[in-house]
Each structure stands twice: as structure tokens, then as C-alpha cells.
Unconditional design. Structure first.
Length: 233
């Protein structure tokens, strides 16, 4: 006896109630490879590529580089602990200031240079290297350095390798507050001088004191005159 498919009723099967191959394929379709869409950045242009999951796993993934850390602003106070210039000392000389005390005092007050009790200043030049064929950080062959007051001759000996601490004046001269020897580490500071800050503080205080005295005297005189003229009436 011949049996037919219980679904379509047309195709022959071996046993009663069986399903033919055509109906079985229609009821259970073959699994299809899943496809997915993913954006891949190529030369900053985004394109859609349809890739199988197996091939997608092997594709290199573009990762946007992390932004570079912003540089922190330099701490200006840190520069105070750094030498203004450094190198080898040459051409040490002494120069007569030939200025009176009031002139030296006013120069210190207005120009910010130390007030020296002596009539001389020590000048020398600091070269980046002993052979003199290099440029310093300012792009110059050497720095002109000025010491107001007295300082140990050993600290400024010819050909000494030193670090100069201080500041630059309006003429780009380095005004010394201390000198450190690179060879021994010894630190020398000028003597017989007052820093510009001290000069300015003393000047302002003296000026304020004079104004105070004038104000008190003026008030006393005004009060006395008022009493005299008031009594006369």
C-alpha cells in the first residue's frame, strides 16, 4: 500500500503519517549566516560594511586616540629657585659708581637695583662654556653680571663655573643676589648693600611718617589759632 505525505497529500512516503522531504524543508528552513552592520572609520569617513560575525571579529577596530594632556601652566614662583644664568666667569672688573648717596638711593628706589654702601660695583661676564663658542639660553654669547656691594673674591674668580641667582634689570644685566659654585657648592652673597625692596619700604615709611608729622603739626597749629582768635572775640 502506498502512503502519501500527511501535509501536502501528494508526495509518496514510506510510512503512514510521515512528512515528505519538500514539506520538511519548508517547515524547517536551513539556518542562514547572520549578517550585521557596523561602522568602520577609514580616513575619517564612516562607511557601512556588511560583514559576517566571524569575519567581523577579525577586522581591526579603529579607536580614536585619547586627547593629549594639556600642559600645566608653569609656576612662576618656581623660577625664583632657579639660577638666572650659569656658566664660566671671565673678565672680572670693578667700576666706580661715582654717585652720591641720594643718587644711589633714588636709583635703587626707581630702578630696582640694590643700594650699595660702597662706591664700586663688581662686573663680570658669564659664558655658557669655557671655550666661548656656545650661546646661552637667551641666545647670547654671554651674560653681563653686576654685583652691588662687596663679595668674596673666591666666589668670582676667573674661570669659575658658577650659578648666578638674582634677576635681570631693564638693560638685561643680571643683578646678583647670590652666587653658587658648581665645584664646591659654596654660596656667596653680596655684603654692604640693601635690596631694592628694603629701600622702597624704608622710603615709603619715611614719607608716611613725614606726612603724619605734618598732619599733626597742622592740626595743632590750626587748633591754636582757633583758640587765640576765639578768645580774642
Amino acid at each position: 500500500m502506498q502512503y502519501t505525505c500527511r501535509i501536502c497529500g501528494r508526495n509518496a512516503v514510506q510510512h503512514e503519517g510521515d512528512i515528505c522531504a519538500a514539506c520538511m524543508a519548508a517547515e524547517h528552513p536551513a539556518p542562514q549566516r547572520k549578517r550585521t552592520s557596523r561602522k568602520i572609520l577609514l580616513d575619517t569617513e564612516a562607511v557601512d560594511n556588511q560583514l559576517p560575525e566571524e569575519a567581523l571579529a577579525e577586522q581591526p577596530v579603529y579607536e580614536e586616540p585619547l586627547p593629549a594632556d594639556e600642559e600645566e601652566p608653569a609656576d612662576e614662583s618656581a623660577d625664583r629657585n632657579q639660577p638666572v644664568t650659569h656658566g664660566v666667569i671671565h673678565n672680572v672688573t670693578r667700576e666706580e659708581l661715582d654717585q652720591s648717596v641720594p643718587v644711589r638711593w633714588l636709583r635703587s628706589f626707581f630702578r630696582g637695583v640694590p643700594y650699595s654702601f660702597s662706591d664700586t660695583a663688581t662686573l663680570f661676564q658669564v659664558f655658557p662654556s669655557d671655550n666661548g663658542n656656545a650661546l646661552n639660553e637667551m641666545g647670547n654669547a654671554f651674560d653681563q653680571v653686576i654685583v652691588y656691594g662687596k663679595i668674596s673674591p673666591a666666589a668670582i674668580a676667573e674661570s669659575s663655573d658658577v650659578e648666578i641667582y638674582g634677576y635681570r634689570d631693564a638693560d638685561n644685566n643680571v643683578i646678583v643676589s647670590s652666587i653658587r659654585s658648581k665645584a664646591s657648592g659654596a654660596i656667596a652673597e653680596p655684603r654692604g648693600m640693601l635690596r631694592a625692596g628694603v629701600v622702597r619700604g624704608v622710603t615709603v615709611a619715611a614719607f608716611a611718617a613725614v606726612l603724619g608729622v605734618l598732619f599733626v603739626c597742622g592740626s595743632a597749629i590750626s587748633s591754636a589759632l582757633s583758640t587765640i582768635f576765639g578768645t580774642g572775640k
